[in-house]
Design a protein around this ligand. Structure first.
Ligand SMILES: [Zn+2]
Ligand SMILES: [Zn+2]
Length: 449
Protein backbone atom coordinates (compact mmCIF):
# COMPACT_ATOMS: atom_id res chain seq x y z
CA UNK A 1 0.00 0.00 0.00
CA UNK A 2 1.21 3.46 -0.84
CA UNK A 3 0.30 5.11 2.43
CA UNK A 4 1.16 2.52 5.07
CA UNK A 5 4.58 4.05 5.79
CA UNK A 6 4.71 7.71 6.63
CA UNK A 7 5.83 10.24 9.18
CA UNK A 8 3.95 13.13 10.72
CA UNK A 9 5.67 16.04 12.44
CA UNK A 10 4.22 17.04 15.82
CA UNK A 11 7.17 19.12 17.07
CA UNK A 12 10.01 20.51 14.95
CA UNK A 13 11.87 22.88 17.29
CA UNK A 14 15.04 22.40 19.23
CA UNK A 15 16.01 23.53 22.71
CA UNK A 16 12.82 25.09 23.99
CA UNK A 17 9.13 25.36 23.01
CA UNK A 18 8.43 28.71 21.39
CA UNK A 19 4.73 29.41 20.76
CA UNK A 20 3.92 32.88 19.49
CA UNK A 21 2.89 34.95 16.51
CA UNK A 22 6.21 34.29 14.70
CA UNK A 23 5.96 30.50 14.85
CA UNK A 24 2.35 29.87 13.84
CA UNK A 25 3.15 28.34 10.48
CA UNK A 26 6.08 26.07 11.28
CA UNK A 27 5.07 25.46 14.90
CA UNK A 28 6.59 25.95 18.33
CA UNK A 29 6.64 22.45 19.85
CA UNK A 30 9.90 20.56 20.39
CA UNK A 31 11.03 17.35 18.70
CA UNK A 32 8.41 14.69 18.15
CA UNK A 33 7.61 12.69 15.01
CA UNK A 34 5.02 9.97 14.59
CA UNK A 35 6.01 7.18 12.20
CA UNK A 36 3.50 4.61 10.98
CA UNK A 37 4.80 1.41 9.42
CA UNK A 38 1.84 -0.83 8.67
CA UNK A 39 0.12 -1.44 12.00
CA UNK A 40 3.11 -0.25 14.00
CA UNK A 41 3.41 3.13 15.61
CA UNK A 42 6.87 4.50 16.26
CA UNK A 43 7.49 7.83 17.91
CA UNK A 44 10.78 9.64 17.37
CA UNK A 45 11.49 11.66 20.50
CA UNK A 46 9.07 12.79 23.17
CA UNK A 47 9.39 16.59 23.06
CA UNK A 48 6.37 18.81 23.64
CA UNK A 49 4.93 17.72 20.27
CA UNK A 50 4.05 14.47 22.05
CA UNK A 51 1.20 16.23 23.84
CA UNK A 52 -0.84 17.06 20.70
CA UNK A 53 0.06 13.63 19.28
CA UNK A 54 -1.54 12.10 22.40
CA UNK A 55 -4.65 14.23 21.92
CA UNK A 56 -4.98 13.00 18.35
CA UNK A 57 -5.11 9.43 19.70
CA UNK A 58 -7.62 10.13 22.44
CA UNK A 59 -10.44 8.18 20.83
CA UNK A 60 -8.44 4.97 21.19
CA UNK A 61 -8.51 2.36 23.91
CA UNK A 62 -4.83 2.64 24.71
CA UNK A 63 -2.00 2.43 22.24
CA UNK A 64 1.06 0.33 21.61
CA UNK A 65 4.10 2.30 20.49
CA UNK A 66 7.88 2.25 20.38
CA UNK A 67 9.33 5.58 21.44
CA UNK A 68 12.86 5.98 20.08
CA UNK A 69 14.73 8.71 21.91
CA UNK A 70 17.64 10.52 20.31
CA UNK A 71 18.76 11.47 23.82
CA UNK A 72 17.24 12.79 27.01
CA UNK A 73 17.84 16.53 26.92
CA UNK A 74 14.61 18.25 27.98
CA UNK A 75 13.51 19.25 24.50
CA UNK A 76 13.33 15.54 23.59
CA UNK A 77 11.43 14.18 26.61
CA UNK A 78 9.32 17.00 28.04
CA UNK A 79 6.10 15.79 26.39
CA UNK A 80 6.07 12.40 28.12
CA UNK A 81 4.27 13.43 31.36
CA UNK A 82 1.60 15.12 29.20
CA UNK A 83 1.04 12.22 26.79
CA UNK A 84 -2.57 11.16 27.29
CA UNK A 85 -2.09 7.47 26.25
CA UNK A 86 0.46 7.12 29.08
CA UNK A 87 -2.49 7.28 31.49
CA UNK A 88 -4.44 4.52 29.78
CA UNK A 89 -4.13 1.05 31.36
CA UNK A 90 -4.27 -0.62 27.97
CA UNK A 91 -1.34 1.35 26.58
CA UNK A 92 2.05 -0.26 26.23
CA UNK A 93 4.93 2.13 25.64
CA UNK A 94 8.41 0.83 24.91
CA UNK A 95 11.04 3.51 25.40
CA UNK A 96 14.36 2.99 23.65
CA UNK A 97 17.56 4.96 24.23
CA UNK A 98 21.18 4.47 23.21
CA UNK A 99 24.11 4.63 25.64
CA UNK A 100 22.07 6.31 28.34
CA UNK A 101 24.26 6.72 31.40
CA UNK A 102 22.76 4.61 34.23
CA UNK A 103 20.03 3.23 31.95
CA UNK A 104 16.93 4.81 30.47
CA UNK A 105 14.54 3.38 33.09
CA UNK A 106 16.35 5.14 35.94
CA UNK A 107 16.63 8.37 33.97
CA UNK A 108 12.93 8.49 33.09
CA UNK A 109 11.79 7.65 36.63
CA UNK A 110 14.00 10.44 37.91
CA UNK A 111 12.58 12.84 35.37
CA UNK A 112 8.90 12.07 36.00
CA UNK A 113 8.47 12.37 39.76
CA UNK A 114 7.68 14.96 42.42
CA UNK A 115 8.63 17.69 42.94
CA UNK A 116 9.17 18.15 39.19
CA UNK A 117 5.87 16.53 38.26
CA UNK A 118 3.06 15.46 40.62
CA UNK A 119 2.52 11.93 39.25
CA UNK A 120 5.51 9.58 39.47
CA UNK A 121 6.04 7.53 36.35
CA UNK A 122 5.25 4.27 38.11
CA UNK A 123 1.78 5.62 38.89
CA UNK A 124 0.99 6.38 35.27
CA UNK A 125 -1.42 3.66 34.13
CA UNK A 126 0.27 2.58 30.92
CA UNK A 127 2.64 -0.34 30.87
CA UNK A 128 6.17 0.93 30.26
CA UNK A 129 9.13 -1.10 29.00
CA UNK A 130 12.59 0.37 28.84
CA UNK A 131 15.15 -0.78 26.30
CA UNK A 132 18.80 0.26 26.45
CA UNK A 133 21.14 -0.32 23.55
CA UNK A 134 24.48 0.86 22.20
CA UNK A 135 24.59 3.20 19.24
CA UNK A 136 25.42 1.06 16.21
CA UNK A 137 23.07 -1.74 17.30
CA UNK A 138 20.20 -2.89 15.16
CA UNK A 139 16.90 -2.84 17.08
CA UNK A 140 14.33 -5.60 16.91
CA UNK A 141 10.97 -3.87 16.94
CA UNK A 142 9.07 -6.15 14.58
CA UNK A 143 10.19 -8.61 11.91
CA UNK A 144 9.16 -6.37 9.02
CA UNK A 145 10.72 -3.19 10.44
CA UNK A 146 14.47 -2.74 10.41
CA UNK A 147 15.88 -0.09 12.72
CA UNK A 148 19.58 0.75 12.59
CA UNK A 149 21.32 3.27 14.82
CA UNK A 150 24.40 5.48 14.87
CA UNK A 151 26.18 7.58 17.49
CA UNK A 152 25.83 11.33 16.98
CA UNK A 153 28.18 14.11 18.01
CA UNK A 154 26.35 15.90 20.82
CA UNK A 155 27.07 16.83 24.47
CA UNK A 156 26.07 13.79 26.61
CA UNK A 157 25.69 11.79 23.38
CA UNK A 158 22.75 11.17 21.08
CA UNK A 159 21.55 8.48 18.69
CA UNK A 160 20.49 8.67 15.05
CA UNK A 161 18.03 6.19 13.55
CA UNK A 162 17.24 4.68 10.20
CA UNK A 163 13.90 2.90 9.80
CA UNK A 164 13.44 0.61 6.80
CA UNK A 165 10.05 -0.80 5.94
CA UNK A 166 8.85 -2.48 2.77
CA UNK A 167 11.75 -1.20 0.68
CA UNK A 168 11.51 2.41 1.87
CA UNK A 169 13.46 4.31 4.50
CA UNK A 170 13.27 7.24 6.88
CA UNK A 171 16.28 8.55 8.83
CA UNK A 172 16.20 10.71 11.93
CA UNK A 173 19.47 12.52 12.61
CA UNK A 174 19.20 15.07 15.42
CA UNK A 175 21.04 16.43 17.53
CA UNK A 176 24.48 16.32 15.97
CA UNK A 177 27.39 18.55 15.05
CA UNK A 178 29.12 18.00 11.73
CA UNK A 179 32.92 17.61 11.68
CA UNK A 180 35.28 20.48 10.89
CA UNK A 181 36.10 19.04 7.53
CA UNK A 182 34.09 16.76 5.29
CA UNK A 183 31.23 14.76 6.72
CA UNK A 184 30.61 12.13 9.39
CA UNK A 185 31.26 8.82 7.70
CA UNK A 186 29.17 6.74 10.08
CA UNK A 187 26.16 8.97 9.54
CA UNK A 188 26.70 9.00 5.79
CA UNK A 189 26.80 5.18 5.83
CA UNK A 190 23.58 5.03 7.78
CA UNK A 191 21.64 7.40 5.54
CA UNK A 192 23.03 6.08 2.26
CA UNK A 193 20.33 5.93 -0.47
CA UNK A 194 17.61 6.71 2.07
CA UNK A 195 14.31 8.21 0.94
CA UNK A 196 13.94 10.78 3.70
CA UNK A 197 16.57 12.24 6.04
CA UNK A 198 15.33 14.41 8.88
CA UNK A 199 18.37 16.43 9.95
CA UNK A 200 19.42 18.82 12.71
CA UNK A 201 19.64 22.29 11.16
CA UNK A 202 19.58 24.43 14.26
CA UNK A 203 22.07 26.77 12.63
CA UNK A 204 23.18 27.97 9.22
CA UNK A 205 26.64 28.77 7.90
CA UNK A 206 26.26 32.31 9.15
CA UNK A 207 25.40 31.71 12.80
CA UNK A 208 27.21 28.38 13.28
CA UNK A 209 30.72 29.81 13.99
CA UNK A 210 29.42 31.38 17.22
CA UNK A 211 28.14 27.96 18.37
CA UNK A 212 30.96 25.55 17.60
CA UNK A 213 30.92 22.73 20.15
CA UNK A 214 27.23 23.12 21.03
CA UNK A 215 26.40 19.88 19.26
CA UNK A 216 24.23 21.07 16.39
CA UNK A 217 24.52 21.31 12.64
CA UNK A 218 23.44 23.46 9.70
CA UNK A 219 21.17 22.95 6.73
CA UNK A 220 24.18 23.45 4.47
CA UNK A 221 25.92 20.49 6.14
CA UNK A 222 22.67 18.52 5.77
CA UNK A 223 22.62 19.18 2.03
CA UNK A 224 26.25 18.12 1.69
CA UNK A 225 25.56 14.94 3.66
CA UNK A 226 22.58 13.98 1.50
CA UNK A 227 24.55 14.74 -1.64
CA UNK A 228 27.43 12.57 -0.43
CA UNK A 229 25.18 9.70 0.69
CA UNK A 230 22.82 9.88 -2.27
CA UNK A 231 19.86 10.34 0.05
CA UNK A 232 16.73 11.60 -1.67
CA UNK A 233 14.88 14.11 0.50
CA UNK A 234 16.47 16.32 3.14
CA UNK A 235 14.06 17.62 5.77
CA UNK A 236 15.64 20.26 7.98
CA UNK A 237 14.52 20.00 11.58
CA UNK A 238 15.23 21.11 15.18
CA UNK A 239 14.80 24.76 14.24
CA UNK A 240 16.28 27.29 16.65
CA UNK A 241 13.50 28.77 18.82
CA UNK A 242 14.24 32.27 17.53
CA UNK A 243 13.87 31.23 13.85
CA UNK A 244 10.71 32.97 12.59
CA UNK A 245 8.13 31.72 10.09
CA UNK A 246 9.34 34.33 7.61
CA UNK A 247 12.95 33.10 7.86
CA UNK A 248 11.92 29.47 7.54
CA UNK A 249 9.75 30.21 4.51
CA UNK A 250 12.77 31.77 2.78
CA UNK A 251 14.85 28.74 3.74
CA UNK A 252 12.15 26.41 2.35
CA UNK A 253 12.49 28.06 -1.06
CA UNK A 254 16.26 28.10 -0.92
CA UNK A 255 16.37 24.38 -0.09
CA UNK A 256 14.05 23.49 -2.91
CA UNK A 257 16.20 25.52 -5.28
CA UNK A 258 19.45 23.92 -4.09
CA UNK A 259 18.18 20.35 -3.97
CA UNK A 260 14.64 19.99 -5.34
CA UNK A 261 12.28 18.19 -3.00
CA UNK A 262 14.16 19.22 0.15
CA UNK A 263 12.08 21.06 2.68
CA UNK A 264 11.73 22.58 6.10
CA UNK A 265 9.91 20.48 8.72
CA UNK A 266 6.64 21.97 9.83
CA UNK A 267 4.18 20.88 12.50
CA UNK A 268 1.36 18.86 10.98
CA UNK A 269 3.30 17.98 7.85
CA UNK A 270 3.04 14.38 6.67
CA UNK A 271 5.65 12.81 4.43
CA UNK A 272 5.40 9.53 2.64
CA UNK A 273 8.64 8.03 1.35
CA UNK A 274 6.92 6.61 -1.70
CA UNK A 275 5.49 9.80 -3.13
CA UNK A 276 7.68 11.16 -5.94
CA UNK A 277 8.61 14.35 -4.14
CA UNK A 278 7.72 13.04 -0.69
CA UNK A 279 5.00 15.63 -0.26
CA UNK A 280 1.96 13.57 0.60
CA UNK A 281 -0.02 15.90 2.53
CA UNK A 282 -2.25 16.36 5.46
CA UNK A 283 -4.22 18.91 7.27
CA UNK A 284 -1.07 20.70 8.31
CA UNK A 285 0.23 21.15 4.82
CA UNK A 286 -1.19 24.09 2.97
CA UNK A 287 -0.53 22.41 -0.36
CA UNK A 288 -2.71 19.37 0.25
CA UNK A 289 -4.54 19.23 -3.07
CA UNK A 290 -6.48 16.08 -2.20
CA UNK A 291 -7.67 17.60 1.03
CA UNK A 292 -8.52 20.92 -0.53
CA UNK A 293 -10.63 19.16 -3.12
CA UNK A 294 -12.39 17.05 -0.52
CA UNK A 295 -13.26 20.12 1.51
CA UNK A 296 -14.34 22.13 -1.51
CA UNK A 297 -16.98 19.53 -2.33
CA UNK A 298 -18.63 19.99 1.04
CA UNK A 299 -21.63 22.29 1.36
CA UNK A 300 -20.18 24.14 4.34
CA UNK A 301 -17.10 25.21 2.35
CA UNK A 302 -19.02 26.43 -0.70
CA UNK A 303 -17.54 29.72 -1.93
CA UNK A 304 -14.46 29.45 0.30
CA UNK A 305 -11.16 30.30 -1.39
CA UNK A 306 -8.16 27.95 -1.67
CA UNK A 307 -6.16 30.28 0.55
CA UNK A 308 -8.69 30.21 3.34
CA UNK A 309 -9.09 26.45 3.15
CA UNK A 310 -5.32 26.08 3.36
CA UNK A 311 -5.32 28.45 6.33
CA UNK A 312 -7.92 26.27 8.08
CA UNK A 313 -6.14 23.03 7.19
CA UNK A 314 -2.92 24.36 8.70
CA UNK A 315 -4.83 24.81 11.96
CA UNK A 316 -6.59 21.45 11.89
CA UNK A 317 -5.63 18.03 13.13
CA UNK A 318 -6.17 14.59 11.74
CA UNK A 319 -7.92 12.28 14.12
CA UNK A 320 -7.67 8.56 13.53
CA UNK A 321 -10.14 6.08 14.96
CA UNK A 322 -9.97 2.29 14.76
CA UNK A 323 -12.97 0.23 13.72
CA UNK A 324 -15.29 -0.06 16.71
CA UNK A 325 -13.88 2.96 18.56
CA UNK A 326 -15.82 6.18 19.10
CA UNK A 327 -14.92 9.59 17.73
CA UNK A 328 -17.07 10.96 20.54
CA UNK A 329 -19.95 9.97 22.75
CA UNK A 330 -23.36 11.45 23.29
CA UNK A 331 -23.04 14.05 26.06
CA UNK A 332 -19.32 14.77 25.47
CA UNK A 333 -18.33 18.44 25.47
CA UNK A 334 -18.06 19.73 21.91
CA UNK A 335 -16.16 22.38 19.98
CA UNK A 336 -15.11 20.73 16.71
CA UNK A 337 -16.51 19.63 13.41
CA UNK A 338 -15.16 16.53 11.62
CA UNK A 339 -14.72 15.86 7.93
CA UNK A 340 -14.40 12.16 7.26
CA UNK A 341 -11.44 11.54 4.98
CA UNK A 342 -11.30 7.78 5.18
CA UNK A 343 -13.66 5.04 6.35
CA UNK A 344 -17.31 4.91 7.42
CA UNK A 345 -18.97 5.81 10.70
CA UNK A 346 -22.36 5.25 12.28
CA UNK A 347 -24.30 7.86 14.24
CA UNK A 348 -25.86 6.41 17.38
CA UNK A 349 -28.31 7.65 19.99
CA UNK A 350 -29.27 6.24 23.32
CA UNK A 351 -32.86 5.82 24.33
CA UNK A 352 -34.02 3.94 27.41
CA UNK A 353 -30.57 2.37 27.76
CA UNK A 354 -30.55 1.05 24.22
CA UNK A 355 -28.31 2.36 21.45
CA UNK A 356 -30.00 3.02 18.10
CA UNK A 357 -28.34 3.73 14.81
CA UNK A 358 -29.67 6.93 13.25
CA UNK A 359 -27.56 6.91 10.10
CA UNK A 360 -24.17 6.12 8.61
CA UNK A 361 -21.68 8.42 6.93
CA UNK A 362 -18.86 7.88 4.46
CA UNK A 363 -15.82 9.67 3.07
CA UNK A 364 -16.45 13.37 2.46
CA UNK A 365 -19.34 13.61 4.93
CA UNK A 366 -19.08 15.83 7.95
CA UNK A 367 -20.40 15.40 11.46
CA UNK A 368 -20.42 17.35 14.69
CA UNK A 369 -21.15 20.67 12.94
CA UNK A 370 -23.81 21.75 15.45
CA UNK A 371 -20.98 22.16 17.95
CA UNK A 372 -19.76 25.15 15.98
CA UNK A 373 -23.08 26.89 16.48
CA UNK A 374 -24.35 26.13 19.95
CA UNK A 375 -21.38 24.57 21.83
CA UNK A 376 -23.84 22.19 23.52
CA UNK A 377 -22.69 18.67 24.40
CA UNK A 378 -22.82 16.07 21.61
CA UNK A 379 -26.36 15.01 20.79
CA UNK A 380 -25.27 11.62 19.43
CA UNK A 381 -22.30 9.24 19.46
CA UNK A 382 -20.16 8.58 16.39
CA UNK A 383 -18.52 5.18 16.07
CA UNK A 384 -16.10 4.02 13.37
CA UNK A 385 -17.41 1.10 11.29
CA UNK A 386 -13.95 0.64 9.81
CA UNK A 387 -10.55 2.30 10.43
CA UNK A 388 -11.20 5.98 9.90
CA UNK A 389 -9.42 9.28 9.74
CA UNK A 390 -11.04 12.68 9.88
CA UNK A 391 -9.99 16.33 9.68
CA UNK A 392 -10.87 18.02 12.95
CA UNK A 393 -11.85 21.64 12.43
CA UNK A 394 -12.09 23.54 15.68
CA UNK A 395 -14.03 26.59 16.71
CA UNK A 396 -10.72 28.22 17.60
CA UNK A 397 -9.42 27.78 14.02
CA UNK A 398 -12.60 29.48 12.80
CA UNK A 399 -12.08 32.23 15.32
CA UNK A 400 -8.63 32.83 13.87
CA UNK A 401 -10.26 33.04 10.47
CA UNK A 402 -12.67 35.65 11.82
CA UNK A 403 -9.71 37.85 12.67
CA UNK A 404 -8.06 37.30 9.31
CA UNK A 405 -11.04 37.44 6.96
CA UNK A 406 -14.48 38.22 8.41
CA UNK A 407 -16.13 37.90 4.98
CA UNK A 408 -15.01 34.30 4.49
CA UNK A 409 -15.78 33.52 8.10
CA UNK A 410 -19.34 34.75 7.59
CA UNK A 411 -19.64 32.68 4.43
CA UNK A 412 -18.82 29.49 6.36
CA UNK A 413 -21.42 30.27 8.98
CA UNK A 414 -24.02 31.09 6.30
CA UNK A 415 -23.25 27.72 4.71
CA UNK A 416 -23.63 26.06 8.10
CA UNK A 417 -26.97 27.82 8.61
CA UNK A 418 -28.14 26.65 5.17
CA UNK A 419 -27.12 23.06 5.97
CA UNK A 420 -28.93 23.18 9.31
CA UNK A 421 -31.98 24.66 7.64
CA UNK A 422 -31.99 21.83 5.09
CA UNK A 423 -31.82 19.26 7.87
CA UNK A 424 -34.56 21.04 9.79
CA UNK A 425 -36.87 20.79 6.79
CA UNK A 426 -36.16 17.07 6.54
CA UNK A 427 -36.91 16.64 10.22
CA UNK A 428 -40.09 18.71 9.85
CA UNK A 429 -41.29 16.39 7.10
CA UNK A 430 -40.50 13.28 9.10
CA UNK A 431 -42.16 14.67 12.18
CA UNK A 432 -45.25 15.63 10.20
CA UNK A 433 -45.52 12.17 8.67
CA UNK A 434 -44.99 10.48 12.03
CA UNK A 435 -47.63 12.67 13.68
CA UNK A 436 -50.20 11.93 11.00
CA UNK A 437 -49.51 8.21 11.23
CA UNK A 438 -49.93 8.22 14.99
CA UNK A 439 -53.21 10.13 14.75
CA UNK A 440 -54.53 7.82 12.07
CA UNK A 441 -53.63 4.89 14.19
CA UNK A 442 -55.31 6.46 17.22
CA UNK A 443 -58.73 7.32 15.82
CA UNK A 444 -58.69 6.55 12.13
CA UNK A 445 -60.84 9.56 11.48
CA UNK A 446 -58.57 12.35 10.41
CA UNK A 447 -59.78 14.14 7.29
CA UNK A 448 -57.62 16.12 5.02
CA UNK A 449 -58.62 19.76 5.09
ZN1 LIG B 1 17.60 19.07 21.01
ZN1 LIG C 1 20.39 17.91 22.92
Amino acid sequence: MADDFYLRFWGVRGSCPCPGPDTLTYGGNTSCIEVRAGDHMLILDAGTGLQPLGESLRARDGIEADILLSHIHYDHILGLPFFRPAYHPQSHLRIWAGDCNGGIAVAMHRFVQPPFFPVPLQQMSARFSFRDFSAGDELKLAPEIRVRTVALNHPDGATGYRIDYDGRSICYITDTEHPDQGYDRDIADLVRDADIVVYDATYNDEDYPAHVGWGHSTWEAGLALCEQANARILVVFHHAPERTDAELAVLDQELDRRRPGSLVAREGMVLNPEAPDAKVLNAGDAMSDARLKLLQQMPIFGGITDDVLAFLLARSRILTCNAGDYFFNEGDPAGELYVLEKGRVEILRNWQEQEYRISTMAQGDCFGEMALIDFCPRSASVRALEDCSAIELSASALHELYEKDPGQFTMIYMNLARELSRRLREVNDLLFQATIQVRRHENDCIHPT
